[in-house]
Write a protein that binds this ligand. Structure first.
Ligand code: AMP
Ligand code: MG
Length: 423
């Protein structure tokens, strides 16, 4: 584990922020104090989906390794193409992918060739099957061809020595294929962070148990589990911890002993925060922030031992919003991800009226689709209570209203963060 800034710098936590902390500033502070993982491991390529590449991968060979045909057709010499009219070439053989032609293609001859087959020596051009008139022994071709056409050159995709996949890239299906394309069957990646999580609250019951009057099923444990799993970390699910000093202390201590990061939900708002606050004060350097965000105002962040700690709010929608805005980028950073492919943010026409106060960022659950005129339109899923988790399931994006923006009238342009790529 590496810590980018000294522990002394974490004193920001104790200086306190009586006023609301802006979203951008909270993100900046988290990024500055997030520990990183430097341990690496070599793993089989087939297990590498979603992992972060830990050292540049250089192609040891040319891809493709041989100049080959991009079409089914006839391999010919560019010099033999007729300038006008037609020309008859003698067909002297046939090549399939994987079985090269022996010999050199002579003047005014052609070889029948299939897609991917190595171009015979002497040939530099392929005429598509559909554009050639053949009787088996010879083939007649017309004038509308270009020397070099329908040919894939050796090393056209990657040259030997090219950096094919860079450090910090998350391996997606394309990278799996790219690595395989030059014969790599293992890849060096960063170790996956171990992330411990638990829910706090005396009222919580785990699904599968009875729910007596006043009790609440623990949904946060499931959303957090899902969100963490999608990022590709190793999840240590610690279940529910009651609102009690000793139990919290024990759980946090255990988590810090095993995990690179700890994520809890509930118990960080002022009402019932005291136990969490006290336990954290004893165990680590953790600040409680009130962030200028809706939903998700209270958030705790800091270090317990060498583990990063995130105390998320209790309300289920606030958990998801704060996770996606603060925890996800921080964990991706911890994993070593430095992906230059941006997750797109879009603009769309909002068809809902949204009430908004200046001075905080608001995330509305919304549905983005193509409107009748072909433009992108977005509508709020309706009720905005931060306990209404079902609206997260209806939505496919957040409408993001920036710190300075005020209420939105129907027809206005708004910024949209699609769930695609985020979730
Ligand atoms: P708290 O921040 O602990 O005061 O919780 C705020 C609200 O979120 C309360 O209504 C809690 O019952 C609810 N809540 C807290 N944790 C969970 C959870 N794990 N699953 C579902 N609801 C929760
Ligand atoms: Mg609680």
């Amino acid at each position: 584990m590496t810590t980018p800034e000294s522990k002394a710098a974490l004193d920001f936590c104790y200086q306190g922020d009586p006023d609301l902390l802006q979203v951008a500033e909270a993100k900046r502070r988290i990024a500055a104090h997030m520990p990183g993982i430097s341990d690496t491991e070599s793993i089989p390529l087939i297990d590498a989906l979603g992992r972060i590449v830990a050292e540049d991968v250089i192609s040891p060979v040319d891809v493709p390794g041989h100049t080959n045909s991009a079409m089914d057709g006839y391999a010919v010499r560019g010099a033999d193409l007729p300038r006008s009219g037609q020309r008859r070439l003698e067909v002297v053989g046939a090549v399939l992918a994987g079985s090269p032609f022996e010999g050199v293609l002579g003047k005014n001859t052609a070889v029948r060739i299939m897609t991917g087959a190595a171009l015979p020596q002497g040939a530099d051009t392929v005429v598509m099957l559909e554009q050639a008139d053949s009787d088996g022994d010879s083939v007649v071709i017309g004038a509308d061809h270009r020397p070099g056409q329908n040919v894939r050159q050796v090393g056209e995709d990657l040259r030997r020595g090219d950096t094919a996949v860079r450090t910090g890239i998350r391996i997606m299906p394309a990278e799996l294929g790219v690595l395989a394309s030059f014969g790599q069957d293992r890849v060096t990646v960063f170790r996956r962070p171990r992330v411990a999580c638990f829910s706090t609250g005396d009222e919580l019951r785990s699904p599968g148990n009875p729910r007596e009057f006043g009790a609440v099923f623990d949904s946060n444990r499931y959303t957090v589990f899902g969100m963490l799993t999608r990022i590709g970390v190793e999840v240590i699910d610690m279940g529910v911890v009651p609102d009690n000093r000793e139990a919290l202390h024990r759980a946090l201590e255990e988590a810090a002993g095993h995990a690179d990061a700890i994520i809890t939900s509930g118990g960080v708002s002022s009402g019932d925060a005291d136990y969490v606050r006290e336990a954290l004060g004893k165990l680590g350097r953790v600040g409680f922030w009130k962030i200028a965000i809706r939903p998700g105002r209270p958030l705790a962040f800091g270090l317990i031992g060498s583990a990063a700690f995130f105390g998320l709010p209790g309300n289920p929608v606030a958990v998801m919003v704060t996770f996606y805005q603060f925890v996800r980028p921080a964990l991706c950073q911890m994993m070593g991800e430095r992906d230059p492919r941006p997750t797109p943010e879009l603009n769309a026409t909002c068809v809902s009226r949204l009430r908004k106060k200046k001075g905080r960022v608001e995330y509305y659950r919304a549905v983005l689709e193509r409107g009748e005129k072909g433009d992108l339109v977005v509508r709020s899923t309706g009720k905005t209570g931060s306990g209404l988790l079902h609206t997260m399931s209806e939505a496919n994006c957040f409408i993001v209203l920036d710190h300075e923006s005020e209420s939105v009238e129907p027809g206005s342009e708004v910024k949209v963060q699609p769930f695609f790529g985020l979730v």
